[in-house]
Write a protein that binds this ligand. Structure first.
Ligand SMILES: [Zn+2]
Length: 144
């Protein structure tokens, strides 16, 4: 199946929505971008808010992504479960390897290498409703 290309012919005015250029460092309100007329669109792709006033490449509106929220259950330093609000794979680096015969060398989080207990990655349980309830309780605790 051939992929069809679409061309921007008309856009809603994005106003002063914070925007960024895909090609250079330009950032600014969408109202300062040049017309998006003639930008190529791909099905499922983002729709540009205009063209960069510096380099002419497409400019997109900044979208604040919802944070991935994860609840990790520990008991005696052992992970009992990981629940997240979106599909997440996780990997535990257990540095407590003294006396263990299941030790592997892996890339360290701060560069170099590190020896950790040999474990693979797992999928977190996805339960957005429960995670939201837990975070809401946490936020309620923070209010004095
Ligand atoms: Zn640019």
């Amino acid at each position: 199946m051939a992929h069809e290309a679409y061309i921007v012919a008309e856009l809603e005015d994005a106003g002063d929505a914070p925007s960024y250029c895909v090609s250079c460092e330009w950032k600014g309100p969408a109202s300062e971008a040049d017309s998006a007329w003639g930008c190529r669109l791909t099905p499922g792709g983002m729709v540009p808010a205009g063209r960069c006033p510096c380099c002419g490449e497409p400019v997109y509106i900044e979208v604040e992504a919802e944070p991935v929220r994860i609840v990790i259950g520990l008991d005696g330093g052992v992970v009992q479960g990981v629940t997240a609000n979106t599909p997440v794979e996780y990997l535990v680096y257990d540095y407590d390897i003294e006396g263990s015969d299941r030790v592997v060398t892996r890339p360290a989080l701060d560069g170099g290498e590190v020896e950790v207990f040999d474990s693979g990655c797992d999928d977190a349980v996805v339960d957005a409703k429960t995670v939201a309830t837990i975070y809401a309780a946490l936020e309620a605790e923070a209010i004095p």
